[in-house]
Write a protein that binds this ligand. Structure first.
Ligand code: SF4
Length: 453
């Protein structure tokens, strides 16, 4: 991304009817500090991931409108209001670099950015809609007065049938080839004559979005070419590591060691596992209790999670030893396995205080034969997932929804629905981290206990 200070501001300021939504036609020529480069991208990513979650949950258009507006306000603020548009543009272009690199990433970004644009566009005024259509180079002309008068009756019938105000001579309609507005045609929300659809100004989002999408789609392919031929190598010490980490980055707290719940004691651990462990950890915990052994990936995933929920080093050593010694003997445990546990707590080797794994990391792991780590919503067969959910106490109706989401590759949403089914409470933020699941579960159980005391 070019980093030279521009004298000219991008189009902005809504008060005079000019859009506050940039069209991202060309990369900004702005100086961007490295920390802003990453921070702005993370903020926009929170918006796009929230949109992805809303869509996967099947939210209706009015719910999506509110969600997008809330996400935008929460994440895209800037202390200096005049910088908000810069932040919008910079974050978009950084994420373009991040998401141009594979077909799958491009598809996701295109879909989320188009949805974001759709709902931001809907919140703008008619003047802004006109300005954006001109800027996008959309060629459709508004219908003349004479043509409007000839069609007024038919246009009124359609407006009546969809509960909209009846058109007057001031109402603006566009004459558009009908295949350009297939979503309006499919839902019978538009009048068609001789291959043209007559689209009211408040419906133009239907043909504006495909234009926006097509422009962005081409731009992503071009960005990918530049990325592979030039930027990746040129920026290998500076931007490339940031760009490559962003698409899989976890954006929440790291849950290194839970301050709020403090220690969990060994005597309570089985009961806490049943009530508050997410399925991935519950599966590892049960496998350990059953086989008295876990392979390396499982020891890491469960060990760091337990550290995050507040199990102290001495208790962790006692816990793992009690199980492993039944299989390999106490001596071999001390020799071969105790080191790894102390290592997780930063007491050996490089002395790094390792953080528990996020869902993203666990979902992307590749467990082999005999491994128990990974995310069950992704790595279990459907049959095993159904059995595990049944064991957790998920009712049959919710179980079908969870399995459907897992099949649709919405693993974290499947986990969120499981959480909601088990706890009888909603989890609007969605599950992004096993330790977040644990914490939210403990909070709910604590509240329930207090209300019945
Ligand atoms: Fe664990 Fe996250 Fe998968 Fe839930 S979504 S089972 S918390 S990895």
């Amino acid at each position: 991304m070019e980093v030279v200070r521009s004298q000219k501001k991008p189009s902005s300021a809504s008060a005079d009817g000019v859009s506050t939504i940039p069209l991202y036609r060309s990369a900004p020529t702005l100086e961007v500090r490295l920390e802003d480069f990453e921070r702005f991208a993370v903020d926009r990513l929170l918006v796009l991931r929230g949109i992805s979650d809303g869509l996967a949950r099947g939210k209706k258009p009015d719910e999506m409108e509110k969600l997008v507006s809330d996400l935008w306000k929460a994440n895209m603020r800037h202390p200096n209001t005049s910088e908000i548009i810069d932040k919008d543009i910079i974050s978009h272009f950084v994420l373009r670099l991040v998401y141009c690199r594979t077909e799958e990433l491009r598809k996701w970004f295109l879909s989320m950015e188009s949805t974001l644009f759709r709902y931001r566009f809907r919140l703008e005024t008619s003047d802004v809609h006109r300005a954006l259509m001109t800027e996008l180079g959309i060629p459709y002309k508004s219908v003349t007065n004479a043509e409007f008068e000839g069609l007024k009756e038919k246009l009124s019938q359609v407006a009546r049938s969809i509960g909209q105000q009846l058109p007057t001579s001031d109402t603006v309609y566009y004459k558009v080839p009908w295949e350009e507005v297939s979503e309006l045609v499919g839902s019978r929300r538009v009048f068609i004559k001789k291959g043209y659809a007559y689209v009211a100004l408040n419906q133009v989002v239907s043909f504006v979005i495909p234009h926006f999408r097509s422009h962005l789609s081409k731009a992503l392919v071009l960005t990918n070419r530049k990325w592979t031929s030039m930027i990746r190598e040129q920026e290998k010490d500076r931007l490339t590591p940031i760009v490559e980490a962003l698409s899989t980055s976890y954006l929440g707290p790291d849950y290194t060691q839970d301050k709020e719940f403090g220690e969990i004691s060994l005597k309570d651990i089985d009961q806490v596992a049943r009530s508050s462990f997410p399925l991935c950890m519950r599966h590892l915990f049960d496998s350990l209790r059953e086989d008295h052994h876990l392979k390396h990936g499982g020891r890491m995933q469960l060990g760091l999670f337990l550290k995050g929920v507040g199990l102290k080093l001495d208790d962790a050593l006692a816990f793992w030893k009690a199980e492993f010694s039944q299989k390999v003997g106490a001596e071999r445990f001390d020799k071969e396995y105790a080191y790894g546990i102390r290592h997780n707590f930063g007491k050996e080797g490089k002395r790094t205080d390792y953080t528990p794994f996020s869902c993203q990391k666990i979902i992307l792991s590749t467990p082999g034969v005999g491994d128990h780590h990974g995310c069950p919503y992704r790595h279990f067969s459907e049959e095993n997932l159904r059995a595990a959910l049944g064991k957790m106490g998920v009712g049959s109706r919710e179980l079908e929804q969870v399995v459907e989401k897992a099949k649709g590759r919405h693993y974290q949403l499947a986990c969120t629905l499981t959480f909601e089914a088990i706890h009888g409470a909603s989890c609007d933020s969605g599950i992004n981290h096993p330790n977040q699941y644990f914490k939210a579960s403990q909070n709910i159980l604590k509240e329930k206990k207090q209300s019945t005391a």
